[in-house]
Every structure is written in structure tokens, then in C-alpha cells.
Design a protein around this ligand. Structure first.
Ligand SMILES: Nc1nc2c(ncn2[C@@H]2O[C@H](COP(=O)(O)OP(=O)(O)OP(=O)(O)O)[C@@H](O)[C@H]2O)c(=O)[nH]1
Ligand SMILES: [Mg+2]
Length: 382
């Protein structure tokens, strides 16, 4: 069975490392106050008796600004865990540690924790109230933590349990001690949440990768759009969108590579369908004709052509990104030629003509193809 990972975060000195040692039943993580006992880098611990690994982190400084470095180290760990071969470092449960003796939870504390784990929006969170030495204060502390998490939209959705713990016997005075408590409850709660957490982790990683791919894909659409604005600006009036075929083929192939779609005959047919719908189809021809015949446009013909060409390539690129996203996610396949044809033609329909036509009327005086393509990209990606 897959062993999940618990990420332990919280302000410096709240007792994260002490808690980890108590859970593992051995002193592996360094603990203490001041310079020597503080945790300086992320470390992962495990033993045979516990079905999850535990990641100790660098404690946050209480202020949002000062916490930046420690936050970055958690985010970097999360990003790295998205890579192939790093599956066993992904986060499946988060312990957000707050100190029971501090009696106050500053909004910054919650904000910093949320920022550190923003890559894991669906991973379950357990709020651990460390140093819960005072039994009478526990109820009140649980309410306080509950309310503080409620103020944060993202974390309030992920919060599954609030558990007060004493990780190590604490000497209250000469003859009174606070014994360890809550540690086995925390282990049980974590075990219960692990299967769900491992699934959530996979979902979050998938979404993260999809977001990254979308950013890269939009980058290649931007390049192709700029290229199209240059190609379109030639003084010869282009008869139809077919002049853009090579550009569109290159653009769509790049997007398919970003989504890691297998390069075979079915992909070629899929790309052909998009290009056909985006160049020589009735819809594409009608869109070009409608835009070229808009009355009252004062811009030079070459600028109008450049703008139309760029807009078509941007629209086709945007709909291709959506198409390949669905293929990558498994909702559609490269055999769905009718579907992708409709999707592509849909991106050049009346609303495309209306949107581009309106922008065309406003570009008076702008000649630079780079500025034109920037306006176009705003139109399609804002
Ligand atoms: N007696 C007792 N002491 C605790 C407990 N939890 C934390 N401490 C003490 O609090 C101090 C800080 O604890 P650490 O576990 O090092 O805190 P940390 O959150 O790992 O701190 P950083 O690594 O700086 O982020 C240490 O001196 C611990 O001994 C506890 O449950 N009982
Ligand atoms: Mg520590």
C-alpha cells in the first residue's frame, strides 16, 4: 500500500519537531529554542510502525513578511514533488500546528500557512493545538482555532479535525505535570484521512500540472499570434484564412506536444480537422468576409489584415488549448474529429466576429504588429 506523507507546518517554536519525535517514538528531529534547536531545512522521517512519513519544516516567523523564506521552502518541496519519480514526496495530510499556550491566533498565521500549502487545495488538514498543557483551556482553544480557520476560505474547507496535544510531559510545578496526550488520537485521525488524502494529493498534482501546461500553451499561442499579425500584414489582401495554414499547424503541434499527446496518425488527423475548421471551413471564410466588410474602419488595409489574421490564430489556439486539455484529462480523444471541428468552428462564430470587429474599430493609428498582437491576446485570454 502507498505510504502517505504528512506535512507539519506552523510558527517557529510551536513544537513541530517535538511532536514528530513523540509520534515516531524516537528522537530524530532536532528540537529546542533559539538558534541551535530550530529546524533549518525540510526533512522527512519514517519508521516501520507508522503507515505514513512525516515531513518536518522550517518554522514560520509570526509576521507575514518575515515568513517568506520558510514559505518558499515548503512551496519548493511541493513543486518538486510534482515531478515524475518524486511521487513518494507528495503531501497527503497537513498538520497545521498552533500553540495552545499563546491564547491568540493572529490572522497572519493562518494566511502564511495557507500560502505555504496553496498547491494542495483539497488535501485534508488537521489543526494540532500543541502545548495544550491546560486542560480547562482546551475547549476554548478548539473554538478559537475553529473560528480562526473559518476566516480563511480555502483552509476552512480543508479543515477536518482539531486535536489538542501534549507531545512531551510538561512540568507545571513541583508536584504537577501535564502528561503526554492526544498523540495517539492524532495518529488515528491521520490514518483515517490518509486514503482520502492520497487521492486528493493526486488530484491537486494533476490540476497543478494542467495549470502549468496551460501557461506554456498560452505562451505558444502568443508567439503564433504575433507571427500571424506579421504574415497578415503583407499588402496583398489575403483571399481567405488558408494563408495561415502553416502557422496554425505549427501552433497546434506545439500545443499537442505540451500536453504530451502521442504523435501518430490519429493526432495528424485531429490537427488537420482543427486547421481545416480554422482556415477553409464555411465558418472561417464567413468570419473573414464579415470582418473585412465592416463599414467605416479607417485603419489601413494591411493593419486590418494583420488584426484579422492574428485574431484567427489566437482563437484557434485558444480552442486548441481547450481541446487538448480535454484529451489530456481523458474526457475526449483524438478520434473525436466531429467534436473538435465543432469546437473550432464555434470559436470563429458570430461572437468572434462581434468581438474582433469591435476591437478593429478601436485600433485606429496602431501599426506595430507587436502592439496589435498584444491587443488580440487581451481579447482572447483576459
Ligand atoms: N514539555 C514540553 N515541551 C514542549 C512540547 N512541545 C514543544 N516543547 C518545547 O518547545 C520548544 C520548541 O519546540 P520544537 O519542537 O523545537 O519547535 P519547532 O516548532 O520544531 O520549532 P522550529 O523548528 O524553530 O520551527 C522545545 O524546547 C520543546 O522542548 C511539549 O509538548 N511538552
Ligand atoms: Mg523544529
Amino acid at each position: 500500500m502507498e505510504k502517505g506523507n504528512v506535512l507539519v507546518i506552523g510558527n517557529s517554536g510551536v513544537g513541530k519537531s517535538t511532536l514528530i519525535n513523540s509520534v515516531l517514538g524516537e528522537d530524530c528531529a532536532v528540537t529546542g529554542y533559539g538558534i541551535t534547536g530550530t529546524t533549518r531545512e525540510l526533512s522527512i522521517y519514517e519508521n516501520d510502525r507508522i503507515p505514513f512519513r512525516i515531513i518536518d519544516t522550517v518554522g514560520f516567523e509570526p509576521s507575514y513578511r518575515k515568513a517568506a523564506k520558510a514559505v518558499r521552502s515548503v512551496r519548493k518541496w511541493s513543486r518538486d514533488s510534482a515531478k515524475d519519480g518524486k511521487e513518494d514526496t507528495r503531501i497527503s495530510v497537513i498538520w497545521c500546528c498552533v500553540e495552545g499556550t499563546s491564547r491568540k491566533l493572529f490572522p497572519d498565521t493562518i494566511k502564511v500557512m495557507a500560502k505555504a500549502v496553496s498547491m494542495w487545495p483539497s488535501v485534508p488538514v488537521i489543526a494540532v493545538i500543541t502545548k495544550s498543557y491546560s486542560v480547562p483551556e482546551r475547549r476554548e482553544n478548539i473554538m478559537m482555532v475553529h473560528d480562526a480557520f473559518l476566516t480563511h476560505k480555502r483552509l476552512s474547507g480543508s479543515l477536518k479535525r482539531i486535536i489538542p496535544v501534549v507531545a512531551m510531559t510538561y512540568r507545571l510545578n513541583d508536584d504537577a505535570y501535564a502528561p503526554p496526550e492526544g498523540v495517539t488520537e492524532l495518529i488515528d485521525a491521520t490514518n483515517d484521512l490518509l486514503p482520502e488524502g492520497i487521492r486528493s494529493s493526486e488530484r491537486d498534482i494533476f490540476k497543478y500540472k494542467l495549470d502549468r501546461k496551460r501557461v506554456f500553451a498560452h505562451g505558444s499561442v502568443a508567439l503564433a499570434t504575433a507571427g500571424a499579425a506579421v504574415v497578415g500584414a503583407v499588402p496583398v489582401p489575403f483571399p481567405d484564412a488558408a494563408i495561415l495554414t502553416p502557422l496554425e499547424v505549427a501552433e497546434i503541434n506545439t500545443i499537442s506536444r505540451i500536453y504530451g499527446i502521442a504523435r501518430d496518425d490519429s493526432l495528424v488527423r485531429f490537427v488537420d480537422s482543427i486547421v481545416e475548421a480554422g482556415t477553409v471551413s464555411m465558418t472561417a471564410r464567413a468570419a473573414v468576409a464579415a470582418l473585412k466588410s465592416i463599414p467605416g474602419i479607417s485603419a489601413a488595409a494591411s493593419v486590418v489584415n494583420a488584426f484579422i489574421a492574428g485574431s484567427i490564430v489566437a482563437a484557434i489556439g485558444e480552442s486548441s488549448v481547450r481541446a487538448f486539455e480535454q484529451v489530456y484529462s481523458g474526457g475526449r480523444s483524438v478520434y473525436d474529429l466531429e467534436w473538435v471541428k465543432r469546437l473550432t468552428e464555434g470559436s470563429l462564430s458570430d461572437s468572434f466576429v462581434a468581438k474582433v470587429g469591435k476591437a478593429l474599430r478601436a485600433i485606429d493609428g496602431i501599426q506595430d504588429p507587436r502592439r496589435l498582437s498584444a491587443i488580440i491576446l487581451d481579447l482572447f485570454f483576459k
